[in-house]
Design a binder for this molecule. Structure first.
Ligand SMILES: N[C@@H](CCC(=O)N[C@@H](CSC=O)C(=O)NCC(=O)O)C(=O)O
Length: 409
């Protein structure tokens, strides 16, 4: 930008009493953002002037950074700073580099022998911990060294026989569990496998946080630290080095699974419970078009406004609520602008965490109405059900059949 133009824009950025429109900032591509004050209106009007070398046919929200999109839609009040945009680009570059590294190292087949048999750690990235025959397939537990969380992570996977024989690539469901869980709760108590078997869908169930990362006090509170990763990438000390469950699930684990098993990376859906329901909703809303469908049992729907959320977001993300909105389903759904996303949401009305307002599904349902009809939400209140796995296993068949509809296409 030449000096004259830069001085002019600084002048236009001054909030002078007679000025109706001010210059709010620019992105790294040179698009300019303005804010207009309209008498009597409840909020300002925000607009973008696209950089000069673009033709009108190229004008689109999609070329605007997400931080500026959020500002344009009033999801955030303060315009993003240049250093924030640069930081985000560096973060994306780091993730891309990690994915490349993983794709390279994981191009070998996983070790399928049990520990103590033929396992050679130097030759494989996935260590098979156990395997059990189950409903015309296998449940296997693996562990591996994780780049995102810088510790050993474990997950369970159900593979139907067609995937085990490597004849056909099968679709996959990722399930994110709730507070206090590890990779075992759902696979042993969720009752999912008979339905996955008859639909021929694989299931991946990761752990809910890093473990034994060495962070002081990590195990002291069941709502924070171990078992409570909240599916965010922490930015605050002491968590930021290890508590990166968003990148772990969205990028690292998926690449690992796609490169290791006979799974179709174009047919992926996600679901979860409570904290994991929150995880499933935010991952699907933040990655438009990636997941064919999403569903949740008793999800934490508006974490920025409930104890389950505020406590963890403050610790992992710091005090700025604009940073929380990036991981808050109710905030994200307001600006969702992707392709159609079918969502099924089940909530028991005798769930103690629902009655004490930790979950707030109504906030999500209301916010969905401002999502340009792209979200096809089925929300169901289930009388008499609580927050437990008895509730989850009751409606598991519905959830798997719901996802199967979208995964088969
Ligand atoms: N220990 C707590 C209850 C913890 C609890 O209910 N955890 C749920 C998930 S809650 C939200 O994320 C869970 O799935 N538990 C594991 C299980 O196998 O049931 C308390 O005492 O209140």
């Amino acid at each position: 930008m030449n000096l004259l133009r830069s001085v002019y824009l600084r002048w236009k950025a001054l909030r002078l009493p007679w000025r109706k429109e001010i210059f709010a900032g620019s992105d790294l591509d040179g698009n300019l953002y303005f804010e207009r004050f309209v008498r009597g209106a409840s909020r300002t009007r925000r607009r973008v002037i696209y950089r000069k070398d673009l033709s009108i046919s190229e004008y689109s929200d999609k070329i605007i950074p997400v931080q500026w999109q959020a500002w344009m839609r009033h999801t955030r009040q303060q315009p993003p700073t240049v250093s924030e945009l640069l930081q985000d680009i560096r973060r994306q570059e780091r993730i891309a580099a990690n994915v490349l590294k993983l794709a390279e190292t994981n191009s070998r087949k996983p070790n399928t022998s049990l520990p103590g048999e033929k396992f050679q750690p130097e030759n494989c990235d996935l260590e098979l911990v156990s395997k059990n025959r189950c409903f015309a397939g296998e449940v296997r537990k693996y562990r591996h060294a994780s780049v995102s969380t810088k510790c050993t992570m474990s997950f369970n996977i159900y593979l139907p026989d067609t995937a085990l024989s490597n004849t056909t690539k099968v679709p996959v469901l990722f399930y994110l569990s709730g507070l206090t869980c590890n990779e075992d709760n759902m696979i042993t108590k969720g009752g999912a496998i008979p339905f996955l078997s008859s639909e021929c869908i694989a299931l991946v169930v990761p752990d809910t946080s890093p473990r034994s990362s060495g962070i002081e006090g990590e195990d002291d509170d069941w709502e924070l630290g171990t078992g409570a990763g909240f599916y965010v990438d922490a930015t605050q000390e002491p968590w930021r080095n290890h508590y990166n469950m968003y990148s772990y699930v969205q990028t690292e684990l998926q690449q690992l699974v796609f490169s290791s098993f006979s799974i179709d990376s174009t047919r992926v859906s996600i679901f979860g419970h409570s904290m994991g329901g929150h995880g499933a909703l935010i991952l699907s809303l933040r990655n438009p078009g990636y997941y064919k469908s999403a569903s949740a049992f008793a999800p934490i729907c508006h974490p920025s406004t409930s104890n389950w959320g505020q406590k963890q977001f403050k610790a992992y993300l710091g005090p700025n609520t604009e940073d929380w909105a990036k991981y808050d389903a109710t905030e994200l759904v307001k600006t969702y602008d992707g392709p159609e996303l079918p969502i099924l949401l089940d909530q028991g009305d005798s769930d103690q965490f629902y009655t004490n307002k930790q979950l707030q599904p109504s906030h999500f349902v209301i916010a969905t109405k401002s999502s340009k009809n792209a979200i096809q939400l089925q929300d169901r209140m289930q009388p008499g059900y609580d927050h437990s796995y008895y509730f989850i296993q009751t409606f598991m068949e519905d959830h798997i059949k719901f996802h199967a509809r979208y995964l088969k296409n």
